[in-house]
Design a protein around this ligand. Structure first.
Ligand SMILES: [Zn+2]
Length: 126
């Protein structure tokens, strides 16, 4: 896997491990074909896959925020129909919504979408 993609994926995968979330099988390449982009497939347990990629040489925080968003969508699809899909759970509103990714400068955080409270940096859950 391209090192920039591996580095960008690490924080959100760490959050999944820390919270007992499902982990995608990450297979480099395949999507998309572009010299400026490093891609991988995130495979579901049912055999379907979703693409994830980073635009190379963009700020690290931008890469992390984008990848965390894509992985979060993957988690929702993976859990759909078998478990609650609100990952990561909002501590203030655990039954209402998941947290969402917000980037401000070099900081990438999980925030409550209802009141904008920053809960934890991406990569620091659990
Ligand atoms: Zn909330």
């Amino acid at each position: 896997m391209h090192p920039q993609l591996a580095l960008a994926l690490e924080p959100v995968l760490r959050d999944l491990r820390a919270t007992g979330g499902p982990l995608p099988r990450v297979v480099p390449g395949g999507w998309p074909e572009d010299d400026d982009v490093a891609g991988a497939m995130l495979w579901h347990s049912d055999g379907s896959g979703s693409g994830v990629s980073v635009v190379l040489d963009r700020p690290f925080a931008e890469q992390v925020a984008h990848v965390a968003d894509v992985v979060q969508d993957w988690v929702v699809e993976e859990l759909w129909g078998t478990a609650p899909t609100n990952w990561p759970r909002c501590p203030a509103h655990p039954d209402n919504h998941p947290l969402e990714v917000r980037r401000g400068g070099d900081a990438v955080e999980w925030v409550c979408p209802a009141d904008g409270t920053a809960v934890r940096p991406v990569g620091d859950l659990g």
